[in-house]
Design a protein around this ligand. Sequence first.
Ligand SMILES: Cc1cc2nc3c(=O)[nH]c(=O)nc-3n(C[C@H](O)[C@H](O)[C@H](O)COP(=O)(O)OP(=O)(O)OC[C@H]3O[C@@H](n4cnc5c(N)ncnc54)[C@H](O)[C@@H]3O)c2cc1C
Length: 425
Amino acid sequence: MTELNQNNQYDAIIIGSGTCGATIAKELAKQKKKVLILERGKTVLLKESLSGIVSIMNEISVGKKLKDMRALTTGGTTALYFGVAALPPFDTFSSLGIDLTQDYEEAKKELPINYLPDEIYGNQSLKLRDSALELGYSWEKQLMLVDLSKCKSGYSYESKWKAKSFVDDAIDDGATLVNRAEVTKIIFDKNKAIGVEYKFKVRAVGSTLYQAFGEKIILAAGIHASPMILRNSGIKNVAKNGFYFDPNMGIFGLIPGLKSTDNFVGTMQTHLEDDISLGDANVQKLFYKILTVAMFKPRHYFSFSDNIGIGVKVEEPMGGELMENGKYHKTLSQEVLSKLDRGTEAAIEILKNAGAKHIIKSPLSPTSVGGALNISEHVDKNLETEFKNLYVCDRSVLPDTYRKPPTLTLVCLAKYLARHLLAEN
Ligand SMILES: Cc1cc2nc3c(=O)[nH]c(=O)nc-3n(C[C@H](O)[C@H](O)[C@H](O)COP(=O)(O)OP(=O)(O)OC[C@H]3O[C@@H](n4cnc5c(N)ncnc54)[C@H](O)[C@@H]3O)c2cc1C
């Protein structure tokens, strides 16, 4: 399915095959629409190995020593996400004229949305919970996008839902997927989007420019691409209020004899005051190894079975800019840094209470980058831009009041858009 289609007029062209792109493609193809998915990355056999992760992972700077991560591959960033889910912010969307209730009901039938039973947790997660509860913190389980029948004896990468499965469904229903196709701009006829221009990369030959034409053009290339494609296409005020992210770090210690195992990360958490949250940062072994090598912590690197980890996350306000080179940039305020310090103190208290020694802190990472586009400003309640037939549906349009794991909400939003597009025809 990765061959270029010579007949390049489609009902819908979807740019990006991540959470949103995959969902829209599946919904439209199911209704027999002629769908083209243009995906910058390759289709790879998804597996959690070092070479597998390195081949799809892409780091992007959003400030000094702050690098966000995404996956460039069929299925987008769900290829390397943690699988944590949160309910959509129905009221927030409702106030924007968007009702996601029907879409959520449908999503529930198609996605494995579950709390993990205690038997699946590694010893390190259970130890962390006991310690937090003993100190009087609430420590609540999070919903997960995990198929429990595929992880009966503990963590398994395969059990996490991934958007690639929706791309596969779309292809089964007749959608065309073109990999290594990087969309650079939208083609307009007066005030109407009619197609896209994209670079198709062939190793050893280089890039060739192609065009494809469609009735509906849907940008779902993610927060690090869609706003820039819009700006390159002439849409003004992109990221005019800046963007947001949630700076976070992992704090790790060692408890001899703990017998830590591969583990689902992010499955339990608590909120402190002032938008500070603490969560389970007991990553699976491969991520732990990558992290401790990057931090140059040999003692920790060789002690996975003794490790215990907790994350500190702070909600950081809108600000910064999307620069001309297409990268976001902002500097963390003293207030945010102080909140991180407060969270760190509480995290260390929990680790020490659990018996952890040799406590180390990871560098900061800017999770949950968003807010570059606003619903009701850059797109309307149908997610359509000022240009007719050009829509945006991905992380870029999530409101800055919603700082929870976004994947489930994005699936619902993508279903909502697909419903609207189908109703229009
Ligand atoms: C390490 C990590 C862990 C995470 N854990 C969780 C979690 O537990 N729960 C949760 O809800 N969220 C989590 N997330 C976030 C979540 O995965 C993303 O927010 C979500 O996948 C975003 O969906 P999207 O559709 O906006 O973009 P993506 O899923 O990133 O998809 C965008 C797609 O567009 C393609 N693309 C980019 N540019 C172009 C272009 N110019 N032309 C064509 N194609 C292009 C990309 O290759 C990609 O396939 C995590 C993220 C990371 C990095």
